[in-house]
Design a protein around this ligand. Structure first.
Ligand code: ZN
Length: 250
């Protein structure tokens, strides 16, 4: 029998009250994510393609180590499934679907855009805002009271279907752009990936794009916003460099 940690009763009571954000401690979030990861790995088959796994891990590690991110136990895995999808769970687990690798032709900057976006959801603890939702609260509480196979599956489904607010999506895009820039990736990779998804939808191939990428509001407005954000971040950095040059030449 597996050992399970339990949410303190006080946390469960707060969850039932359905208020506020960050009701779970970091360790509790990590536990929810681990339980959800177990469910995802029961639901889907992990890819055994070493090159694909190494690619996704390399990008994830480069983004997290270049950005002084919180010390979450990050994991980056590939799911052997043709859907164009990526899923993040609280506390560190990130899954990239083989269909997404195919859609990007394994282009590193495009993948860094979407992996950076998922990293941002975890780092900014966006899932915590959903804990006031009754379904989420109920499932999270059941982790504290047993952690059966069923709850692992429920948590997995919850995060596969989770819809973040537009504000959180925009915040994750902005963070992804900054992460990419600092890690030495071309931030336009994110824009190119969005444009590919839009093209797929226009060509009637949108059915392979899963809900959680499609419902991330994928609009021209979102793409224009990402472009403006790239300009803002790269300008800010070149201004810093100019200032440094002036200091150096003085
Ligand atoms: Zn998102």
């Amino acid at each position: 029998m597996k050992h399970h940690q339990y949410l303190p009763l006080a946390a469960a009571t707060l969850l039932l009250a359905g208020c506020g954000t960050n009701l779970l401690s970091r360790n509790e979030e990590i536990q929810v994510g681990k339980e959800g990861a177990r469910g995802i790995e029961q639901k889907y088959r992990l890819s055994t393609n070493q090159a694909d796994n190494a690619l996704v891990q390399r990008i994830g590690n480069r983004l997290t180590s270049a950005n002084n991110l919180s010390d979450w136990p990050w994991t980056f895995k590939v799911i052997d499934d043709p859907m164009v999808n990526a899923v993040s769970l609280p506390g560190g687990p990130i899954y990239v679907f083989r269909g997404l690798l195919d859609a990007t032709n394994r282009n590193e900057s495009e993948l860094a855009g979407i992996i950076g976006h998922e990293i941002a959801h975890i780092e900014k603890r966006h899932a915590a805002k959903q804990y006031s939702n009754q379904v989420v609260a109920g499932t999270i509480i059941s982790v504290g009271t047993g952690g059966s196979v069923q709850t692992a599956a429920q948590i997995a489904n919850l995060f596969i279907q989770l819809e973040y607010s537009r504000g959180d999506e925009y915040e994750a895009d902005s963070a992804a752009i900054a992460y990419m820039h600092r890690a030495g990736y071309d931030p336009y990779g994110l824009v190119r990936f969005f444009e590919k998804l839009m093209a797929m939808q226009k060509e009637g191939r949108g059915n392979v794009i899963t809900n959680n990428l499609r419902t991330h509001p994928l609009t021209s407005a979102r793409i224009e916003r990402a472009k403006a954000e790239i300009a803002r971040i790269t300008e800010a950095i070149s201004r810093d460099n100019e200032a440094l040059d002036m200091i150096r030449t003085e």
